[in-house]
Design a protein around this ligand. Structure first.
Ligand SMILES: Nc1ncnc2c1ncn2[C@@H]1O[C@H](COP(=O)(O)OP(=O)(O)OP(=O)(O)O)[C@@H](O)[C@H]1O
Ligand SMILES: [Mg+2]
Length: 274
């Protein structure tokens, strides 16, 4: 990736980055995680981030922390000039202004994105302290920092979970998915990871797979806070490079994702009430 430019004042249609640096409150960090690949983590992360960006006056940033095979840039049809590797290379002088100059803007929604490295080989260079520093700098000017992650525990992922206010735990409706979520929750407890608020998100919850939402809830002893239907609009939107909440605004999946984003915002409002 190229050298890091001097911070530039962005000119987005939505929330402006310029002047967003010293506005007081810190962003809420929402990490989206799954214990099984392909469960729908990136779909949930990108669409929840877009919905939050549409509602927020302050910037919302989506971080692609799937450091080997991050998909966010292609899902949102972005051609980023910079990636998280540039943030890493400037870590010693990383501040809000510099970090802002590295973000790619998703113009249709006003969301800002910190893309994954261009090649998997860079992934090893980013450890837990580096990621933590990047998230801290983002928190200083954003309203929400949404983080997409790979479907396995690494030191970086465990650090992100600890640094989060909320975790969206995405699971599919089959036995291996549910088994892995159970093990994942046990592992977090065993490792003494400070677990933030965990919200269980059942994806493809309407699939006729002889396993229903209440059985999953019972097995995991956790209530599902969102149930997202399986809809063809999802892969169609991905192949257009559009978030489904913008491409199919009246679809069932959009309504379910709006409810989920609404829940996160409402919870935020509650926690700020003295
Ligand atoms: N609710 C849904 N309805 C229909 N298709 C879906 C739904 N959710 C996800 N998909 C499809 O499942 C595939 C995987 O989704 P996604 O990339 O979000 O998963 P992931 O958990 O991020 O996977 P990975 O482990 O590769 O990062 C995509 O092709 C997407 O179109
Ligand atoms: Mg993914």
């Amino acid at each position: 990736m190229g050298t890091v430019p001097a911070p530039v004042a962005a000119d987005p249609p939505g929330p402006h980055l310029a002047g967003a640096v010293h506005e007081g409150t810190q962003a809420k960090v929402i990490t989206v995680f799954s214990t099984k690949g392909g469960a729908g983590t990136s779909v949930v992360a990108s669409n929840v981030a877009v919905l939050l960006a549409q509602r927020s006056q302050k910037p919302v940033v989506l971080v692609d922390a799937d450091l080997q095979f991050g998909d966010i840039a292609v899902m949102l049809k972005l051609s980023p000039q910079h990636t998280i590797v540039d943030a890493l290379n400037s870590l010693e002088r990383l501040d809000a202004g510099l970090l802002q100059s590295l973000l790619a803007e998703h113009r249709p929604s006003g969301l800002f994105v910190l893309p994954a490295p261009p090649e998997p080989a860079f992934a090893d260079q980013i450890g837990r302290p580096e990621m933590s520093k990047i998230i801290a700098a983002l928190k200083s000017f954003a309203a929400y920092v949404v983080v997409d992650t790979p479907a396995y525990f690494t030191d970086v992922v465990l650090g992100l979970i600890e640094d989060s206010d909320d975790v969206l735990l995405v699971t599919g409706m089959d036995i291996p998915n549910v088994k892995n979520v159970k093990i994942g929750l046990q592992t977090l407890r065993l490792l003494n990871i400070r677990t933030p608020r965990v919200h269980l998100v059942l994806n493809r919850a309407n699939s006729k797979v002889r396993l229903d939402a209440s059985e999953v809830e019972q097995t995991l002893q956790v209530k599902a806070e969102a149930q997202l239907p399986s809809e063809i609009a999802v892969p169609q939107s991905i192949n257009k490079g559009m978030p489904v909440v913008m491409d199919a605004p009246r679809s069932g999946i959009t309504k379910a994702l709006q409810r989920l984003a609404g829940l996160l915002v409402a919870e935020d409002a509650c926690s700020q009430t003295p």
